[in-house]
Design a protein around this ligand. Structure first.
Ligand SMILES: *Cc1c(COP(=O)(O)O)cnc(C)c1O
Length: 433
């Protein structure tokens, strides 16, 4: 839809299909894969201006590539952001999102309800870089959250719908505290996707994604994305964020906020972090991601309706000790889900199986088409026991802190016939235990 001729707000479902690649007359209908590391220029001076960030243009695909940028633009539109970039993984997206504004000696406050890989990234690897994280229960009252901030705190981080504990974040509470302390709220929106939640509408400043999950949707490629709302006032907190508001010596003194405005944060992450750390997605991966995005809105609807049916079946079973699916009326997160994700949360259900680790293993081994895979959020129903798999590196205390009890089974409900999914679970419970 051409914004010049129609200022109606485009729906996310239309953006899934039509966003990003908008060919001109005679161009390919389908997003082209620009399979090239490099780009040709006619004059030395032109190339020089690109390196000085005085002109925008492609020169080397470690930093930018037209296929990847077009898919980033679609995700940017889906989230309602000002600028976006793709990364080679969700891990790289979360690392870049924080490292872009925090350095050795700085501090970050984060929800403890996190993906296991993110907990390791924060508390092991980024700690080694000298960045300290305070992890806290996202459900704590606001005064306790406020007390966690320090003068050197540079960001507040959380997952909008946590993997695997399915905590629904009170985004407004987190945004209020981040802004009261002069830092951005960064949220990982992987599980909800912009189909079910658009965090910028509730005050989040930066959104990250593991596109390896629902966005790709077919378990084909690893990827990540960072989207900036453009709303955080870096210059209003210039002393806290000199890396954006003071000259960058590695680019002849460019000041990102002055030269790039609302795109300052993403531009810096591309030209500085991608330049130096190179977590670049392949154009072919971006192409496949775009194919996934074209059906995201249809798949999310089916994931949610299937998962609700499966959750309603599971909650009545005597073998199930507890269940968390935020769309069930009895869930403690039902009210937050109704506010932030009124059309549904996601296809993932977590529940406790009586008999703990041993019973979980027997049950999963007896499943027929529901597969045990280290993955979640794709079209095929799959299952995992986090304490034995993704969260194996965490101690029991850390498991409890991350909201991952030993008996937690994570079921990622796919888009098959819901009765077939229920029948497979049913026969496995009868035959496995
Ligand atoms: C999977 C996941 C990640 C990490 O993403 P990768 O693409 O596997 O690197 C980060 N956050 C959440 C919420 C995830 O589910």
């Amino acid at each position: 839809m051409d914004k010049k001729t129609n200022n109606m707000k485009t729906g996310v479902d239309t953006i899934c299909v039509q966003g990003g690649w908008k060919p001109h007359s005679g161009q390919p209908r389908i997003l082209p894969i620009v399979q090239s590391t490099t780009f040709k220029y006619d004059s030395s001076e032109h190339m020089g201006k690109l390196f000085a960030l005085e002109e925008s243009g492609y020169f080397y695909s470690r930093m930018q590539n037209p296929t990847c940028d077009t898919v980033a633009a679609k995700i940017c539109e889906l989230e309602g952001g000002a600028a976006a970039m793709l990364t080679s993984s969700g891990q790289a997206a979360n690392f870049f999102a924080i490292f872009n504004i925090a350095s050795a000696g700085d501090h970050v406050v984060s929800s403890s309800a996190l993906y296991g890989g993110t907990t390791n990234l924060f508390t092991v690897t980024m700690k080694r870089m000298g960045i300290e994280f305070t992890l806290l229960d996202p459900d704590i009252d606001e005064a306790k959250l406020a007390a966690a901030f320090r003068p050197n705190t540079k960001a507040l981080f959380a997952e909008t719908l946590s993997n695997p504990s399915l905590v629904v974040l009170d985004i407004e509470k987190f945004a209020r505290q981040a802004h009261a302390h002069g830092v951005p709220l960064i949220v990982d929106n992987t599980f909800a996707t912009p189909i079910n939640c658009r965090p910028f509408e509730f005050g989040a400043d930066i959104v990250t994604h593991s596109t390896s999950k629902y966005m790709d949707g077919h378990a084909m490629q690893i990827g990540g994305a960072i989207v900036d709302s453009g709303n955080f006032d870096w210059e209003g907190h210039a002393d806290k964020f000199p890396m954006l508001t003071k000259p960058d010596a590695s680019y002849n003194g460019v000041v990102y906020t002055e030269r790039f405005g609302k795109a300052a944060y993403i531009t810096k992450a591309v030209v500085q972090l991608m330049r130096d750390l190179g977590s670049t997605p392949a154009p072919m991966s971006a192409f496949l991601l775009n194919v996934g995005l074209e059906t995201l809105h249809v798949r999310m609807l089916r994931h949610c309706s299937n998962a609700l049916k499966v959750a309603q079946y599971l909650e009545k079973l005597p073998q199930v000790s507890w269940i968390n699916y935020p769309d069930l009326p009895r869930s403690r997160y039902h009210d937050l889900a109704a506010k932030y994700m009124p059309n549904g949360t996601c296809g993932v259900i977590s529940f406790g199986l009586k008999g703990g680790r041993a019973e979980a293993g027997r049950f999963m081994d007896a499943l027929k088409f529901i597969a045990i895979v280290t993955h979640v959020a794709d079209a095929r129903t799959c299952i995992l026991h986090p304490a034995s798999h993704t969260h194996r590196q965490l101690s029991e205390a850390q498991l409890a802190e991350a909201g991952v009890p030993l008996d937690l089974v994570r079921l990622s409900v796919g888009i098959e016939n819901p009765d077939d999914i229920i029948n497979d679970i049913d026969q496995a419970l009868r035959n496995g235990g």
